[in-house]
Design a protein around this ligand. Structure first.
Ligand SMILES: *Cc1c(COP(=O)(O)O)cnc(C)c1O
Length: 394
């Protein structure tokens, strides 16, 4: 099929929920992808912070190939060997005592919200209020939309579930004021992703942790985007020296295979019992094999450390660009989760970069860079050169 034929058929058969760029990607390897016309791109969007090990990583491919021929799916009515193995690995490499598996970020956040409510019901005398942040993003299901709290995502889908209210991000005083007798949890991203790569002050998460502990409420961290090495540590909360009560993961966890996970300290996790929550596909052997190979590779090859180092290099490149071009605002981020303020030019810049063979995306008025964590300095140089060329003509 030609690109034009693909686009025609997509418009005919697929629900119109995305505004898609006019290319059809057919193949990937490392940090590069190729479209239907054979054109090569540097993929600095990485499936929206998903392909942390790049495309077609041999260890992940091999694990999926092998597991697919042995056992792809059985239900959670029975113990699943691969789920126990990967669950143990994830727990042993995190603060958590227990993990629940699902299939996406929104589902992981739904699970976190349900666990916090159940804990509030059983152990906090029925509290169910959850405070979230303005400009947050937690997913597209009804409850996670309510948590997201942004009108543009909510409009047309009301009424939304009750029990959520938002306060400004990076503002401990407002948060403290909002916590009341009905609050059971605070839920936030360590660094806001979809909201434009917004990095809080160095002490903010510590202050939130201290507040949650003092008030006896749960701290839920949505690490769907920041987790799995993206920010230079396996989990972003490790950058800030805090430990949450509940954490959600998805995006990069499966090396491109869909998986979501909700982790909690043992005491919190114990609010769930048989029948409390479930997912037919959650933790299925194939997803577990892909994710175990991904995490094993991350740890063996010190991928988070690599993300920190190359992220610093990329950050400096972006600062250099700011020195050369007018109109670049703040440059933000940690590790390989970086944003560059560009105002109204951001969408045009994304399109022009694509023409020149670089895939990035933009959030509100910023460019967002979330390349595979295995990206090389040469590839970063090439990306910076393309952005440089584009800013010359914009
Ligand atoms: C992408 C994202 C989600 C939603 O994940 P899905 O897999 O699309 O449901 C939730 N929270 C954050 C922080 C995200 O970046």
């Amino acid at each position: 099929m030609t690109t034009e034929e693909c686009i025609g058929l997509a418009k005919k058969y697929l629900m119109n929920t995305y505004s898609q760029a006019p290319i059809v990607l057919l193949k990937g390897n490392g940090a590069r992808v190729w479209d239907e016309e054979g054109k090569e791109y540097l993929d600095f969007a990485a499936g929206i912070a998903v392909n942390n090990l790049g495309h077609a990583h041999p260890k992940v491919v091999e694990a999926i190939r092998k597991q697919a021929g042995v056992l792809m799916h059985v239900s959670n009515l029975y113990y699943i060997d691969m789920q126990i193995r990967f669950g143990r690995m994830l727990v042993e490499n995190s603060f958590a005592g227990k993990v629940f598996f699902c299939n996406s970020g929104a589902e992981a956040n739904e699970a976190a919200i349900k666990l916090a409510r159940k804990y509030g019901r059983d152990r906090m005398g029925g509290k169910f209020g959850i405070i979230t942040m303005e400009n947050a993003f937690h997913g597209r299901t009804l409850a996670t939309l309510a948590a997201t709290g942004q009108k543009k995502y909510q409009e047309g889908f009301e009424p939304l579930p009750d029990g959520f209210r938002q306060v400004p991000f990076n503002d401990t005083a407002s948060l403290e004021k909002a916590v009341d007798a009905g609050t059971c949890a605070v839920m936030l991203e360590p660094i806001q992703g979809v909201g434009g790569v917004i990095v809080p002050g160095e002490d903010y998460l510590k202050e939130v942790r201290e507040l949650c502990t003092r008030k006896g409420i749960l701290m839920i961290l949505d690490e769907v985007q920041t987790g799995m090495g993206r920010t230079g540590r396996l989990f972003a909360h490790q950058l800030y020296g805090v430990v949450p009560d509940i954490m959600t993961l998805a995006k990069g966890i499966g090396g491109g295979f869909p998986l979501g996970a909700m982790l909690a300290a043992d005491d919190v996790a114990s609010a769930f019992g048989p029948g409390s929550h479930a997912s037919t596909f959650g933790g299925n052997p194939l997803a577990m094999a892909a994710s175990a190979a991904t995490l094993r590779t991350m740890l063996d090859e010190k991928i988070p450390e690599r993300a920190a180092e190359i992220g610093m290099y990329f950050f400096e490149k972006l600062v250099e660009l700011r020195g050369k071009h007018a109109g670049i605002g703040e440059i933000r981020g940690k590790g390989l989760m970086l944003g560059m303020e560009l105002g109204e030019k951001a969408p045009a810049c994304v399109a022009a970069c694509r023409e020149k063979g670089l895939l990035i995306d933009s959030t509100t008025r910023s460019l967002r860079f979330v390349p595979p964590l295995i990206v090389t300095r040469d590839e970063v140089n090439r990306a910076a050169d393309i952005i440089d060329e584009v800013l010359n003509i914009l």
